[in-house]
Design a protein. Structure first.
Length: 319
């Protein structure tokens, strides 16, 4: 018999993420500390699943369950578990990161939602089993069922997505000294659109470079080899196309590398950039230099400096 929680309200947090990490388009991602989304799931006095509120992002996200990634992924989980929606559930979503930033905003909402709902209904599934439902949310948000953001947000650390459907995800070791600088220029890029501009075919010689770098990057994580990591964070396939959407991209990348970044590329589908380095102070200096480029372009931005978040999504309160 299914264990039903005594809790009436559960709040979960899911962190922002960096997808692709240069050479791993759609298959590699990591979670960062700081930005993320909060979702509270509460037993409701009306049957069904509803979204009661969305805080943040100026009410731009729909309250309709089937049009909202957090709603869709929760619904998918509830159907899978056979939950009787005569005992209704409502969701309150708090966006603590901007939409269209390249930091996995829709993924964080989906992940926080399934983690909260799963805990509310008595945790029928272990955390890693929640991934397929979050991929459903991603499909609705971007028209593509990639799992790199959702897997990193759910599990934390670096994740390699060998297969999206059904998900086969490998958690990779996180080199201890690694720090990340994120610069988010204040422009918005919809993932759907930045996927549309990608070429469907690539040159074999670029593919060879890309998979050589991806293999090398995975080896660098296991070996804690920062020099190899730096050589491997390259993107021969996606960055040359998407960089045209980001003002000052190559100047920011050059500034980061000059300041000693191990590697620097586009975070997810942009416009944010990430740079990896070995200390907090260096990560900070890199951010300042990248920011100088955006100042010359009169573009506002946010900076985030963090270690790699190895925890991923978690329940933060139960009442
Ligand atoms: N891998 C995805 C992309 C992440 O680059 O389009 C964005 O959701």
């Amino acid at each position: 018999m299914k264990k039903v929680s005594q809790q009436i309200s559960v709040q979960a947090f899911a962190p922002a993420t960096v997808a692709n990490v240069g050479c791993g388009f759609d298959v590699l991602g990591f979670a960062i500390e700081g930005p993320g989304d909060l979702v509270t799931a509460t037993f409701d006095d009306q049957p069904g699943l509803r979204i009661r509120s969305v805080k943040g992002e100026n009410g731009r996200l729909p309250l309709e369950v089937k049009k909202n990634t957090a709603g869709l992924s929760a619904l998918s989980l509830l159907h899978h578990t056979g939950w009787d929606l005569n005992r209704g559930i409502c969701l309150d979503i708090e966006k603590r990161m901007p939409l269209g930033s390249g930091l996995g905003s829709s993924a964080a909402s989906s992940v926080a939602s399934v983690v909260a709902v799963n805990a509310l209904i008595g945790s029928p599934l272990a955390k890693q089993m929640l991934l397929p439902f979050t991929v459903d949310g991603e499909l609705a948000a971007s028209g593509s069922a990639h799992a790199d953001n959702v897997a990193a947000s759910l599990l934390g650390g670096f994740v390699l997505v060998r297969e999206h459907h059904p998900p086969d995800v490998i958690s990779l070791p996180v080199p201890k000294e690694l720090h990340c600088t994120i610069i988010h220029p204040h422009i918005e890029i919809e993932t759907k659109n930045s996927r549309k501009i990608l070429r469907k075919q690539i040159l074999l010689e670029n593919a060879v470079k890309q998979w050589a770098n991806l293999g090398a990057l995975v080896a660098a994580f296991y070996e804690e080899d920062y020099a190899l990591l730096g050589r491997a964070v390259r993107d021969e396939v996606i960055e040359p196309v998407r960089s045209m959407l980001i003002p000052g991209f190559y100047q920011m990348q050059a500034a980061a590398l000059k300041e000693g970044a191990l590697g620097c590329s586009i975070s997810g589908s942009g416009p944010s950039l990430f740079a990896l380095s070995r200390s907090k102070s260096q990560a900070h200096r890199i951010g300042m230099k990248m920011g100088e480029v955006l100042k010359t372009l009169d573009l506002d931005f946010d900076l985030h400096i963090s270690k790699i978040n190895t925890i991923g999504a978690e329940v933060i309160s139960e009442k």
